[in-house]
Each structure stands twice: as structure tokens, then as C-alpha cells.
Design a protein around this ligand. Structure first.
Ligand SMILES: Cc1cc2nc3c(=O)[nH]c(=O)nc-3n(C[C@H](O)[C@H](O)[C@H](O)COP(=O)(O)OP(=O)(O)OC[C@H]3O[C@@H](n4cnc5c(N)ncnc54)[C@H](O)[C@@H]3O)c2cc1C
Length: 380
């Protein structure tokens, strides 16, 4: 459990090398220019990172959730926003692989795994965020099609993606009335809002997605009618681990930057790393990060083993990794003094990117709700 296998070490090092060579040198510029690094994402996919825990018969890498956590952490040392888009793409692709029938898997997954096609996950709506089961986007059956009307909010990759995994209402109120449809870009009636101006994650677009009378073949539905909420939540178990891993990677990079800065910078006639107060803070940062990492691996192993408490553990891991990750990155910025606030040092971007991990894929308040509900149910 606490020792990585040789294969895992090789996977981790491959992802770190890729981040060092193909992502880190460009991340600040991509952020400034709001550039979505399509070319580098496809290069990552060529190394097997487009469908990490997708089955091999449709082009996936057939790896575990723990392997995925190692990969997303390492990629995020180069750019958390880039790694996080890849994580959403992997989550959506896995949902088709896991819940699609053979025809659907063969139709969509190979081009997603190679990242010839990009995917988006569409759950949130203007009136339904944390309370996702209140979503209103409607899909009304008309012969062998659904007619879809409604709007999704905050959709990562929207406008650039080719495949949209969309949670819609096909039945009554609540989670049991929700189904999942795969909707392809270019469908008449499908449109996108402007790229949102935001605090971080500038390397990937975030847009509203609007459906106006979009005709979607019934054969594009994953699973049965009414199973959509379960499918959406299953995707998020892994998605939350991945986002947590992205926070660990961003924070690790920030810690490494702080360490090397403190070796160089002098104040009061001493190097910064000679001040004991700062040494203690460094020790706390490394300790917090290692605790979060170890726990995230435990949750990933539970998901791999399909443990009954996996959802609860993934929610705990998401909260711990994203909270600790943000705090460590912010402390690293503080250790840079005024220079940490300048874009050239790459620290302020990490802090801005990591902030949203405490909000999306379920806010950290909702993570507590999931854990508390499970505890109370066990108590009863
Ligand atoms: C950059 C970005 C990218 C995103 N990408 C995607 C995407 O690709 N796909 C997608 O579907 N969604 C995406 N989201 C949406 C994200 O998942 C939601 O923003 C998030 O779930 C919170 O929903 P909300 O913004 O509506 O906040 P609200 O639900 O309105 O919550 C507001 C506040 O109230 C708190 N709160 C709500 N209910 C409770 C409760 N019961 N108990 C305690 N506190 C509560 C919340 O924690 C939060 O602090 C993205 C968001 C952002 C910012």
C-alpha cells in the first residue's frame, strides 16, 4: 500500500518528465494568453494518458485509479489547469466505457482515448450546482430521438470539445428522473456562451452550453432511463481523486519553488532557509502534503477495490487534498515575499489554479455532507 511498484514508479516518472518538458516551461504564457494546449494534450494521450483507466480493447490504458492519481499529480506540477482538464476528459471517457454498451464504446471511446476528440462533462446548471439532482435540462422522447432543451453552466472544455456527456431530465423530479446522453458537437440547436473570465484555470475554456430543440438519437443514452444520476456520481468518485491529485501536484511544485528560492534569497545577512521559523513552516507544508497524498492513495485503492465506503473515502480525500494543497501553495507564495505575487515566478498562477479545486466536482462543504450522511446512516 505504501510502496509503489516498479511499474508505478515508471508511470510517475514518465508523467513528471512530460510535465517538465512539455508543460511547465509554457504554463505561465498559456495562462496569460488563455491558450488551451490541445497539441500537448494530444501528446499526453499518445503516451496513454487520454484514457488512463479505460479498457484496452477500445484504446484505453487499462490502469488503476492509483496509477491515475500518480499521473495527474505529476502533470499538475507543470500546470494544474492542464492536468485538471485531462482529468475531466478521462472521467467523461470512463463513463462511456463503463456504462456504454459495446456499440457505444466502439463508436466514441477510441477517438477520445487518443484525444483526436475531446470530452466535456455537463451536470451543473444555472439553478442547480451543489443540488445537482434538481437539474432541469429536459429530454423529451419523440420516436427514436430525444428533444433536448435547457442550459448547462461552467462547462470545462465547452466549445472546444467534440463529445458532451450530458445529464438530462427524462422523468419526474429528483435523482431518479435523470438520464445520461452523449451529444456530439455540431448537433443543430447546440450552442456555447463566451469563454468565462475567471481567477484561474485560464488554460482551459469554461462556457455555458445551451440546448434548443437538440435531436439526440435514443441510442446515445448511456444505461437505462433514470440511471443518469448514479452514472454522474460514479464518474465524480474518480474525478474527485483526480482533482485532489492535481492539487497535490500544484502544491508540490510550489513547495519545490519555495525551497529553491529560499536557498538563493538573503535577508538580515542570512539565507531564508537558515531561519528556523521558515524551516518549521517548510516542515509543516511537506508533512501536510504527505498526509494528504497518502490518504488520497488509500481512497484510490478503495475505489480500485470497489470497497463499499469508496465514495465516502473519495469525498474525504478530495477535501483534504484540495484544502491542504491550496494552503501549501499559498504558504509557498508567502515565502517568496513580493516576488511570489509576480507572474514570472509561476507561484501566483498555481495559487489561482488551485483555488477552484475547493469549489468544483462538489464543493468541500458537499464533501462534508457526503461523509456526514454516510456516518449517520452507519450510526442508524
Ligand atoms: C472553473 C469551473 C469549472 C467547472 N467545470 C464544470 C464542468 O466541467 N462540469 C460541470 O458540470 N460543472 C462544472 N463546474 C461547476 C461546479 O461543479 C459548481 O460550481 C459547484 O458544484 C458548486 O455549484 P454552484 O456554483 O452552483 O454553488 P452553490 O451550489 O450555489 O453553492 C454556493 C455555496 O453554498 C454552499 N452550499 C450549498 N449547499 C450546501 C449545503 N447543503 N450545505 C452546506 N453548504 C452548502 C456551497 O458549498 C457553496 O459554498 C465548474 C465550476 C467552475 C468554477
Amino acid at each position: 500500500m505504501f510502496t509503489l511498484s516498479e511499474d508505478q514508479i515508471a508511470i510517475r516518472d514518465m508523467a513528471r518528465d512530460f510535465a517538465n518538458e512539455q508543460i511547465a516551461p509554457y504554463a505561465v504564457e498559456w495562462d496569460e494568453k488563455k491558450h488551451f494546449p490541445v497539441e500537448q494534450l494530444r501528446a499526453a494521450a499518445a503516451l496513454g494518458m487520454g484514457g488512463i483507466y479505460v479498457r484496452e480493447d477500445v484504446g484505453g490504458s487499462g490502469l488503476t485509479r492509483l496509477d491515475a492519481a500518480l499521473i495527474f499529480e505529476q502533470l499538475a506540477t507543470g500546470c494544474p489547469g492542464t492536468s485538471a482538464y485531462l482529468s475531466i476528459h478521462n472521467m467523461s471517457t470512463w463513463m462511456i466505457d463503463r456504462f456504454g454498451d459495446d456499440t457505444q464504446r466502439r463508436q466514441w471511446v477510441p477517438r477520445l482515448a487518443s484525444m483526436e476528440h475531446f470530452a466535456s462533462y455537463c451536470l451543473t446548471e444555472p439553478g442547480a450546482g451543489s443540488d445537482a439532482a434538481a437539474l432541469k435540462t429536459k429530454a423529451v422522447r419523440n420516436g427514436d430521438h430525444y428533444i433536448v432543451d435547457g442550459q448547462k453552466q461552467f462547462i470545462s472544455g465547452a466549445g472546444s470539445a467534440d463529445i458532451y456527456v450530458v445529464m438530462v431530465r427524462t422523468g419526474g423530479d429528483g435523482p431518479k428522473g435523470i438520464s445520461t446522453l452523449v451529444i456530439e458537437a455540431g448537433a443543430p440547436g447546440l450552442s456555447f456562451g463566451a469563454n468565462e473570465r475567471k481567477m484561474g484555470w485560464n488554460v482551459q475554456p469554461t462556457r455555458t452550453v445551451t440546448f434548443e430543440g437538440v435531436r439526440v438519437p435514443v441510442e446515445n443514452r448511456l444505461g437505462e432511463e433514470g440511471e443518469g444520476f448514479r452514472i454522474a456520481m460514479a464518474g465524480l468518485d474518480g474525478g474527485r481523486l483526480n482533482i485532489g491529485a492535481c492539487s497535490l501536484g500544484g502544491a508540490q511544485a510550489a513547495l519545490e519553488k519555495a525551497l529553491s528560492y529560499m536557498r538563493e534569497r538573503k535577508a538580515f545577512g542570512k539565507r531564508l532557509d537558515e531561519f528556523q521559523a521558515l524551516q518549521f513552516r517548510l516542515a509543516d507544508m511537506a508533512t501536510e502534503l504527505e498526509c494528504a497524498r497518502t490518504f488520497l492513495w488509500r481512497a484510490a485503492s478503495a475505489l480500485d477495490a470497489k470497497a463499499p465506503d469508496a465514495t465516502q473515502l473519495c469525498a474525504m480525500a478530495k477535501r483534504i487534498a484540495t484544502d491542504r494543497g491550496f494552503e501549501v501553495a499559498n504558504d509557498a507564495l508567502q515565502m517568496h515575499g513580493g516576488y511570489g505575487y509576480l507572474a514570472d515566478y509561476g507561484i501566483e498562477k498555481i495559487v489561482r489554479d488551485l483555488r477552484v479545486h475547493q469549489i468544483l466536482e462538489g464543493t468541500n462543504e458537499i464533501m462534508r455532507l457526503i461523509v456526514a450522511r454516510a456516518l449517520i446512516a452507519q450510526g442508524n
